[in-house]
Design a protein around this ligand. Structure first.
Ligand code: PEP
Length: 260
């Protein structure tokens, strides 16, 4: 089970970031002895090298990379730099990047390929916005996002990708955000796996991790526990609190254990 923390542009000092990282690690020592949870933290890139330590409890990622490997791109971070500083993962195509920086599916495709070429696992975000949802376009949008983002990804590489279903309307930073219902998440995870079957094969469609992100909290995480299509969560605001984040992990693992 994957539990990926997206800290976004938080916290605002290295000291606070180190404290949060340590608190999460301390909690994981207690609740994840059997290593049932794979925890990945994506802090602000500027803190990454100060937090990164090779360890069995937490792996690290970045929240974005530049669409080019090197060159005159003021303010950007290269995939080579991310790798050099300890990242093994990168979130790609987060809806906030689409909104803030106007990223489109083609740029996302470039970034996915750059990650794969440099041994960084992409956490590829897909999902519809509220308007698309209201016009019953969820399937159409997800399929198009996957088709373009994965266009140049060969079958040997596809297994390195994690797909995060993040409906924009469910992300806590949005006005009137509300978590996706278990049924809507189940529906979207089926759409994603069907499209992977269409683009690749049955093994790929079954084995690729599909995770959900959007207002996941310690109070609602168990609502999703019956969905065997789901392999974990991408967690934003609740990952900024070590207690809340670890509760999400602990509750989910315990419930998964009871079901087996
Ligand atoms: C996110 O932005 O990736 C996210 C899932 O945020 P939140 O959990 O705060 O909705």
């Amino acid at each position: 089970m994957l539990f990926i923390a997206n800290w976004k542009m938080n916290p605002t000092s290295l000291k606070q970031a180190q404290k949060l990282n340590k608190n999460i690690k301390d909690k994981l020592k207690k609740i994840n002895k059997e290593k049932k949870a794979k925890v990945i933290i994506c802090p602000p890139t500027i803190f990454l090298s100060k937090l990164f330590q090779k360890n069995k409890l937490i792996q690290y990622g970045v929240q974005n990379i530049c669409f080019e490997e090197r060159g005159a791109y003021t303010g950007e971070i290269s995939v080579l730099m991310a790798k050099d500083q300890g990242a093994n993962y990168s979130i790609i195509g987060h809806s906030e990047r689409k909104q803030i920086a106007g990223e489109d599916n083609y740029t996302i495709s470039q970034k996915v390929n750059l990650c794969l070429a440099n041994n960084i696992k992409p956490i590829l975000c897909v999902g519809e916005n509220l308007q698309e949802k209201n016009h019953a376009k969820t399937g159409l949008v997800i399929r198009e996002q996957l088709q373009i983002a994965l266009k140049n990804v060969k079958i040997n590489d596809i297994e390195k990708i994690i797909i995060a279903y993040e409906p924009v309307w469910a992300i806590s930073s949005q006005d009137n955000a509300r978590p996706g219902t278990p049924d809507s998440i189940l529906g979207a995870s089926i759409i994603i796996r069907k499209e992977l079957l269409n683009l690749y094969n049955h093994d790929v469609a079954t084995n690729i991790p599909v995770i959900y992100g959007g207002s996941v909290s310690k109070d609602n995480v168990l609502d999703y526990s019956g969905n065997s299509n789901l392999n974990g969560f991408l967690i934003g605001s609740a990952s900024l609190n070590a207690f809340d984040f670890s509760q999400i992990i602990e509750k989910y693992i315990q419930s998964a254990q009871k079901q087996t």
